[in-house]
Design a protein around this ligand. Structure first.
Ligand SMILES: NC(=O)c1ccc[n+]([C@@H]2O[C@H](COP(=O)([O-])OP(=O)(O)OC[C@H]3O[C@@H](n4cnc5c(N)ncnc54)[C@H](OP(=O)(O)O)[C@@H]3O)[C@@H](O)[C@H]2O)c1
Length: 432
């Protein structure tokens, strides 16, 4: 019986998880695939992190990539330099490729998809978005008959953990980040998680698959959670809302809006109760209607679970002589680049916290500036009087265009009665 030979690049968190699942579930997987899945070689950098037969392990990545017996190369080293070289080499050698590398695909996806298509090989990247949640497979296959209307998602477990802890304990951002690091939910350098870049990488991949066209990474608007203040979490609660870092993609008339930023959502929103390190995707298809997927978005076994799913799918294709299924790639991604709406033109509702002196005429000055820019106030919370001291004025606006809101904020922050920079958080999922 033919076996499917697998070469693994990187024996870190996910790599070790994949080896464990392929080993522990060897019998079950053989049954499901119809042939044994054989780990032929594994490349790492230092000492192997898990016990391995010595002949399996090498410190030379290219030895694995160039091994003529290997059918599927699994890239789990991360980064965009060596990983890119190794992946392109594997594809050009006719190997099928599985990768969990969101940074690589978000930044060099077009090149990788093109080389995979040119070599007629499969490319699986389920683990690159939302860890264990089979969201790419669900969108690509389960929702294939739909035109996707919108995606609103929590795709970064670290920032979701920090915001959830801030919400539950009232703690400050820095304290909750330190706690996330102590729990192993944030890296020593957490930048990519908290500044929104990791979420943007995932949104680039997910939206390219869902909207069937390549979304340029640079076109995604990105804001992180570093500026979130406990005061705003408190006011959000008073408004029956919560604050989440959301990845949002919406299509209208062939133009996409794609953005990642902290967002106020009502407590009744399906994503409001998704706490801790969990990820969730709320997606609306024109026929299917709204769906919610949730689960662990990172971690050794959750990510490895999705890597193994890709390996099994590709093994099936090899065994049943199915030629490379271009549907594994974001269909049309190679030819069609999506048009993206500039952020300035995006329309949404806003939460504003203006810090102003408690003197007569302040409210009318602020609302005058908003009105001049075509922005109307939907509701307001004004906190107690404090002679001479600044007090917060919190408002929810009706829908406004981003450029108008930016103009209004510049003017508001120049008013003499305004004592600090106005906090502005976009709102999602709140009926007008
Ligand atoms: N961790 C997750 O929960 C998760 C979830 C979804 C997707 N991903 C993605 O999966 C990929 C791997 O993540 P990870 O968390 O497993 O990272 P990791 O723990 O840092 O593992 C990467 C491994 O690759 C090895 N490596 C790096 N450069 C190498 C080279 N030139 N030659 C040989 N080995 C090399 C590293 O060796 P050293 O140990 O010597 O540095 C390390 O063992 C990344 O693209 C990540 O974005 C991770």
């Amino acid at each position: 019986m033919k076996s499917i030979s697998i070469g693994i690049l990187g024996l870190g968190t996910v790599g070790s998880g994949v080896v464990q699942i392929l080993t522990e579930h060897a019998g079950l997987l053989e049954n499901r695939v119809g042939a044994p899945l054989r780990i032929k070689r594994i490349a790492g950098r230092g000492e192997a992190r898990i016990p391995l037969a010595p002949h399996l392990y090498t410190r030379d990545l290219m030895e694995v990539v160039r091994d003529p017996e290997i059918d599927i190369v699994v890239e789990l080293i991360g980064g965009t330099d060596i990983a890119r070289t190794a992946c392109l080499e594997a594809l050009n050698r006719g190997k099928h490729l599985v990768t969990a590398n969101k940074a690589l695909l978000a930044e060099h996806g077009l090149e990788i998809y093109r080389v995979a298509a040119a070599n007629r090989v499969d490319l699986g990247f389920e683990a690159s978005v939302c860890g264990a949640i089979p969201i790419l497979r669900s969108v690509r296959e389960g929702l294939v008959g739909n035109s996707i209307r919108s995606i609103v998602a929590i795709v970064n477990g670290t920032s979701n953990y920090i915001l959830s802890q801030m919400t539950d304990s009232g703690g400050r951002y820095g304290e909750m980040l330190a706690e996330a690091q102590a729990q192993g939910y944030a890296e020593a350098d957490p930048t990519l998680d908290v500044d929104g870049s990791d979420a943007a990488h995932k949104l680039q991949i997910l939206s390219s698959v869902a909207f069937r066209g390549y979304v340029p990474f640079e076109a995604i608007y990105v804001e992180g959670i570093q500026g979130i203040d406990p005061a705003d979490i408190g006011f959000a609660r008073e408004l029956n809302c919560t604050i989440k870092l959301l990845a949002i993609a919406k299509e209208e008339g062939g133009v996409l809006e794609v953005r990642v930023h902290p967002t106020l959502i009502p407590q009744s929103h399906p994503l409001a109760s998704v706490g801790g390190i969990y990820n969730a995707v709320h997606i609306v298809g024109d026929s299917a209607g709204p769906l919610v997927f949730s689960g662990l978005g990172a971690g050794q076994k959750p990510a490895a679970s999705s890597v193994v799913a890709d390996i099994v799918e590709i093994a099936h294709n090899i065994l049943f002589f199915r030629p490379s299924r271009s549907s594994l790639l974001p269909t049309n991604a190679i030819e069609s680049v999506m048009r993206v709406k500039p952020m300035e033109n995006v329309l949404c509702r806003y939460y504003l916290r203006v810090t102003a002196l408690d003197s007569p005429g302040v409210l009318s000055a602020v609302s005058h500036v908003l009105a001049e820019n075509g922005i109307s106030i939907a509701s307001m919370i004004q906190k107690g009087r404090a002679a001479q001291a600044a007090v917060p004025i919190v408002m929810l606006t009706h829908e406004a265009v981003e450029s108008a809101m930016r103009r209004a904020l510049e003017t508001i922050d120049r008013l003499e009665v305004v004592a600090a920079r106005t906090v502005c958080i976009r709102v999602e999922g709140m009926e007008e």
